[in-house]
Design a protein around this ligand. Structure first.
Ligand code: C5P
Length: 237
C-alpha cells in the first residue's frame, strides 16, 4: 500500500462545517479521516456521508463498550454508514466482540456492501499501572494489551488500535494478518502536545503499523495540506 492509503487524519473538531472545511483542504493529500466522539456527537451520522462523498474513507472511532446485544445492534447500525474501520473496547469481552463481528458480517451481506473492519481498543494509553490498579486491574499493562489483542483476534476482529510503544510487540505476537492502527505519531518537526509516548511516522511503520493516525500536527498547522505531505514523505514507503 502507498503512504497515502496508510495515513489517517483525525478530524478532532466540533462542527460539520469545520470538519468539511478541513477535509476539503486536505483531500488531494489525505484519503482517510478519523471521526471521533466529539465530531460524531456534534454532527450525527451525516458527517460520515459527507466525508465519503468526497471519495475518502472513514475510521469511525466511537469505541463501543456495552452488553453484547447492544453492541451487536450498534455495530449493525454503523455498518449501514459504511466506514472502513470502527472500533470496540476489547475489555467488553469475547462475546461482545464476537457478536459485533457476526452482526457486521450479516448486515453487510444483507445490504450487499463491503464489511467494515472492526478494530479493538486494548488498554487505553491514558491508563498507567496505577490507574489500572485503581479500577481493580492489577495486570501489567503491556501483557494485558497482548492478551486482549489475542482475544480480539479469536473473536473475529480485524485488528487493534495500538500506541507506538505497543506496536512492535503486537506485530510479533499476532502475526502479519492482524491490522495495527497507530495513533500518537509525531513527525520530527511537530510538538508532542499531550501525547506521552510518541513515534515518528517512519518508526511507527517500521515497527509494524499498517496505518498511522495523526491529528493536531496536521489539523492545527497553518498549512494542513503541506504538513500532510511532509508526513507522507516521512513515512518513507
Ligand atoms: O492530535 P493527535 O495526533 O494527538 O490525535 C490522535 C488521535 O488519536 C486523537 O483523535 C486521539 O483521540 C486518538 N487516540 C490516541 N491514542 C490512543 C487512541 C486514540 O491518541 N491510544
Amino acid at each position: 500500500m502507498a503512504a497515502i492509503d496508510r495515513l489517517i487524519v483525525a478530524l478532532d473538531v466540533n462542527s460539520e462545517e469545520r470538519a468539511v472545511t478541513l477535509a476539503e483542504k486536505l483531500k488531494n493529500d489525505v484519503k482517510f479521516f478519523k471521526i471521533g466522539l466529539e465530531l460524531f456527537s456534534s454532527t450525527g451520522p451525516k458527517i460520515v456521508e459527507r466525508i465519503k462523498e468526497m471519495g475518502c474513507d472513514v475510521f469511525l472511532d466511537l469505541k463501543f463498550h456495552d452488553i453484547p446485544t447492544t453492541v451487536a445492534k450498534a455495530a449493525a447500525a454503523v455498518t449501514k454508514l459504511e466506514p472502513f474501520f470502527f472500533n470496540v473496547h476489547a475489555s467488553g469481552g469475547y462475546d461482545m466482540m464476537k457478536r459485533a463481528a457476526d452482526a457486521v458480517g450479516q448486515e453487510a451481506s444483507r445490504l450487499g456492501i463491503v464489511k467494515p473492519r472492526i478494530l479493538a481498543v486494548t488498554i487505553l494509553t491514558s491508563l498507567d499501572e496505577a490507574a489500572l490498579k485503581e479500577i481493580g486491574l492489577s495486570a501489567d499493562p503491556a501483557k494485558a494489551v497482548l492478551r486482549l489483542a489475542h482475544l480480539a483476534k479469536r473473536a473475529g476482529l480485524d485488528g487493534v488500535v495500538a500506541s507506538p510503544s505497543e506496536t512492535k510487540a503486537i506485530r510479533k505476537e499476532l502475526g502479519g494478518d492482524f491490522l495495527i492502527v497507530t495513533p500518537g505519531v509525531r513527525p520530527a518537526w511537530a510538538v508532542s502536545n499531550d501525547q506521552k509516548r510518541v513515534a515518528t511516522p517512519e518508526a511507527a511503520i517500521k515497527d509494524g503499523a499498517d496505518y498511522i493516525v495523526v491529528g493536531r500536527p496536521v489539523t492545527e498547522s497553518k498549512d494542513p495540506a503541506a504538513s500532510a505531505r511532509e508526513i507522507l514523505k516521512e513515512m518513507k514507503i
